[in-house]
Design a binder for this molecule. Sequence first.
Ligand code: FAD
Ligand code: DHB
Length: 391
Amino acid sequence: MRTRVGIIGAGPAGLFLSHLLHLAGIESVVLERRDRVYCEQRQRAGIVEHGVAEALTAAGVGERMEREGFRHDGIDLRFDGASHRIDLAALTGRSVRLYPQTEIVRDLIARRTDDSGQLFFEAEATAIDGIETDRPRIRFTHEGEEQVLECDYVVACDGFHGIGRASLPSDVIRTFEKVYPFGWLGILADVAPSCDELIYAHHPNGFALHSMRSESVSRLYLQVPNGTDAADWSDEQIWDELSTRFALRDGGWELRRGPITDKSVTPMRSFVTEPMRHGRLFLAGDAAHIVPPTGAKGLNLAMNDVMVLAEALVADQTRGDSGLLDAYSDTALRRVWRAMHFSYWMTTLLHAQPGDDAFDARLRLSHLRHITDSPAAATHLAQNYTGIPRI
Ligand code: FAD
Ligand code: DHB
């Protein structure tokens, strides 16, 4: 089999890249090791930055997001028993969309399928050969057979555990990593959200986040120590702890409870690979970098990578101009490091750190108060949260 751009992974990055290339008349093949149902149901992110939402709409795949997603103009920073609204729209002129990653993936798969795109499920890439030649190849297994996909370029959008990053020679890459001593216990519950906008709560017991998936489904997260098994927490314990962390001093707010339909623990890590390209192999999305989820940046970074890469591949393939491709890694990494810092900053701001003493706790509260009291500090948060337009 032969194509121009061979893409590994049908997550949001791989699917959006193949759609953007298709719009420019460039053929690609997407190989995905899981089946379609699995890809469409994998619970992950919920917040779409302003610029990513605009890009989805401009590419003709934002129609359902516009209709069924929710525009959020603010977030609630809750600490010391009080609510403080950060007015994203007033501070930046920009907002975010609440539209789950599962729905973005569903929309993109439907569109690639309608456009007769070459998207193979249950096709696992096993090796990438010849990345330093002008004929790189992906070896993969599909329907029990070993096959080879010959390409002009290979793009690994195969997530943190994929083969893309591992295929870069170890002497050309550098990695940077930070592992946090806590994770998030995330639940999905069949109950109407108890708020209209997301609540990011800091409490001496730890962080909690109230998000949502629809008018009748809530998504909530609790900071838990590393090594926690979701089964260690009964449903009642989870609701009790969430209620404690979200409680207002004046008692003027109550968390609605309902049946929990999904429960899982996500570890927290910051990780960057440099460069994001070697020869004819490019990395995009989680294949190249991971952020802790506190700033809602993982999905957005993945989409931004492929927006930059699609433009560069189009310039190369249609005009023979390889300048943007040569700049891809540096261009993408500028945004990646901004998001690394913001996600780290939000994480350390909002989580209780093991070993914190009373001094650390006071500093954190002072920092939180500064963000809610100072328009300059609030604007820093709002600009990064909604996504910096050009970086
Ligand atoms: P992925 O979505 O990981 O897609 C990679 C795809 O490649 C997968 O479909 C995988 O099956 C496929 N693949 C892997 N190896 C191969 C192979 N050898 N051959 C073929 N296919 C392969 N971000 C947030 O902002 N907020 C959140 O709440 C949040 N929660 C998360 C929870 C979890 C458990 C995880 C893992 C991530 C979460 N993220 C969150 C991060 C966000 O979901 C990711 O940043 C986003 O999915 C990145 O998209 P991607 O396309 O780069 O990678
Ligand atoms: C969601 C996850 C996040 O990490 C975040 O910051 C906001 C929302 C979510 O899953 O809805």
